[in-house]
Design a protein around this ligand. Structure first.
Ligand code: GDP
Ligand code: CA
Length: 332
């Protein structure tokens, strides 16, 4: 790339985005795909959890950033829920034959993207720049901002005394019950990623994706300065519940929320978020919880939130944006 082109790319990536979302992986990716259909992609930004990041097979893997990139470009492997459609696993197969432990599944093209990240980082590029180069390679205009440049791994502590990285808990151990604590101390000592505070400052609406509150949204908020920037932005903050009828749609939120003392319900999530959200979108199945959530001082919208049928994602995104817009009007 010539320096002129680089400058043009930098200017584009610095363009203020009026809708800024906080995002984990799967639930966030589904929601952002809906958001892209109802709002211009080049006006969207997502601040993405990096607490799940880890090194595997010599490369830096950023599960949430990559799930979002692969989902939004329509290239996610729908059967697995991670990785790229049609990817092969020759590299992992070879490593396995050579005696390596290969519990973390990484396809060949997926591996190449992570190797690109690793090489770019070694060449002095920031994680933000690498995220931008990957979204561009996948034909996306949304801006994905890693929550932190430095590694800040989330650790899980089990009742049996074992302590492990979140990916070991999720994949190697298959996310068992009996979680005693979620250790976000690395995030608590990290600095916000490049561009994160600026994005929040310029936001007109802040949306909290239906992501795991404990291990996706929690680590982002644990970074000193991010909560303050959300409050200072003056933008309405609207969260979408990842819990429907007392259960997560996918993943181990039902084993993790209890470790925070939070009931596994839309009300529990609203209580956890009550100090910093203005609006909350919950599922039709949970409509009975509206009075209790509104009693917390949070405005609600109720709609279908299970994004497995076509069109639900964009309707849900519209509902969240409309709730944010209504809260903006009433506060100015
Ligand atoms: P992860 O990092 O891949 O676990 O992804 P997230 O943290 O973004 O998403 C996990 C959360 O997404 C879980 O708590 C799920 O309940 C939630 N989720 C996944 N799909 C849907 C959906 O279609 N609707 C809603 N409301 N939540 C969802
Ligand atoms: Ca994740």
């Amino acid at each position: 790339m010539t320096s002129e082109l680089t400058q043009a790319a930098d200017a584009t990536s610095r363009k203020a985005r009026s809708v800024v979302a906080l995002a984990g992986g799967v639930g966030a990716a589904r929601f952002l795909k809906g958001l892209m259909q109802v709002h211009p992609q080049d006006d969207l930004c997502a601040i993405v959890n990096t607490g799940d990041d880890a090194n595997f097979y010599g490369v830096q893997v950023c599960p949430d950033l990559d799930i979002i990139t692969y989902t939004l470009s329509g290239q996610i492997n729908r059967t697995h829920g991670y990785g790229l459609e049609g990817d092969r696993f020759d590299l992992l197969q070879t490593l396995e034959e050579l005696g390596h432990d290969t519990w973390f599944r990484l396809g060949d093209r997926d591996y190449a993207n992570c190797l690109h990240r690793t090489l770019q980082r070694q060449a002095g590029k920031s994680l933000r720049e690498v995220a931008a180069s990957l979204t561009e390679a996948f034909g996306l205009d949304i801006e994905l901002l890693p929550m932190s440049e430095a590694p800040c791994p989330t650790f899980i502590e089990l009742n049996d005394g074992r302590r492990m990285h979140f990916e070991n808990y999720l994949i190697q151990e298959r996310s068992p019950a009996g979680v005693r604590a979620i250790d976000l101390s690395a995030a608590q000592q990290a600095r916000p990623g490049d561009g994160v505070l600026e994005a929040l400052e310029q936001a007109q609406s802040i949306l909290i994706c239906p992501s795991n509150p404990a291990v996706s949204i929690g680590p982002i908020l644990a970074i000193p300065g991010i909560r303050e920037a959300i409050a200072a932005s003056g933008a309405p903050v609207v969260a979408v519940s990842p819990i429907i009828a007392g259960a997560p749609v996918k993943g181990p939120a039902h084993h993790l929320l209890p470790a925070l003392g939070v009931p596994v319900s839309a009300l529990g999530v609203a209580q956890l978020y009550q100090d910093w959200v203005d609006g909350f979108v919950l599922d039709n199945l949970d409509a009975a919880l509206v009075p209790e959530i509104e009693a917390l001082g949070i405005k609600t919208a109720v709609c279908e939130t299970l994004m497995s049928k076509p069109g639900v994602d964009s309707q849900l995104a519209k509902t969240a944006l409309a709730l944010a817009a209504s809260l903006r009007k009433s506060t100015t």
